[in-house]
Design a protein. Sequence first.
Length: 409
Amino acid sequence: MPTVPAPPTTPPKPTWEPKQQEPPYWLRPTIRIRLTLLYGGMFLIAGILLLSIIYLLAAQALHVGSELPFKIVNGQVTSEVCDLPEKASPERFNAAMNACVNHQRQQALDTLLNRSLLALVGMSVIAFAFGYAMAGRVLSPLGRITRTARQVAGTDLSRRIELDGPDDELKELADTFDDMLDRLDRAFTAQQRFVGNASHELRTPLAINRTLLEVHLSDPQAPPELKQLGKTLLATNERSEQLVEGLLLLARSDNQIVERKPVDLAEVASRAIDQTRGEAEERGVEIRGERAPAVVQGNGVLLERIALNLVQNAVRYNVPEQGWVEVTTGLQFGQAVLVVSNTGPVVPAYEIDNLFEPFRRLRTERTGSDKGVGLGLSIARSVARAHGGRIVAEPREGGGLVMRVSLPV
């Protein structure tokens, strides 16, 4: 006969953890309850102190007012306070005594009122000072949350609040903020990883295509038609490489700059001019301007990209003859400024905002010329924002644009 297994001696342990029941809302040490208890207790203490002071003042006033303002000496009534007639009828004498007593009582009440007002003022000052200190203590976690939020806004996503204390609304807010920072940190890390992988995956086939085309073009036995097709494909491939580089740079520059180093805008602008000088000479465009030192904290490669994009656009979108580009740098109103102005076609004011959109040009929506891929100003604006600055474009009188980049020092 088959053996029957013995029943287990102990019940199996649950594989899930029971959810802890939260206390009712009115039992939680919420901010509302804490502030209610705090200010209610302060009001109660202040009332008790104020009543005690008024009681002591009233007792002192009654003690003073209970003393008779006259004395009977040798069968005559004398007083140092009241002006009593020496020889008068009983009715007149009683009226004078009554007036004197009422006067003394009124003086006691006036003294009580004045001292009570002084006590009220003193208690009000103490209550406001104590309330201000206690409110600052209760709301101090908000200051901690604000400081952490500012540090996160400065690109430090590794910061966390980790607020300790009672399970109230502020702790719930801090925990929610920490959870949001965790998700943002993971999202930015995944984005950076994706940008790196996409950079490698997109550049490799384009580089292979360029190499193959250059090899075929270097063959002296290739027919002219094939060489012309190869040159067209090579130009298209180069345009695709520029587009990929621009998109990847745009994706990276949308984030804040974590590692910052001192960068001189004058040096950045000079490098951009050196890279564009050959193209400017071919187009007959003069590059001029004085560049004063303007040191900012940022990424030198990305800042150089701003200057290069602006100078290239100023050279390419210029007049056919006697055109010029003026590049200046300096410090203005506590900020480092890079200004690139140029001659060129007249730009309507309502078209300015469209120039900063990706793949947008003046009076054309898609790329279709040899002047670029339509990402130069978009990249410049993203890099400026990542450095905490901004870029502004204004139509120049007579044609052309004035591009002004302002960065914090």
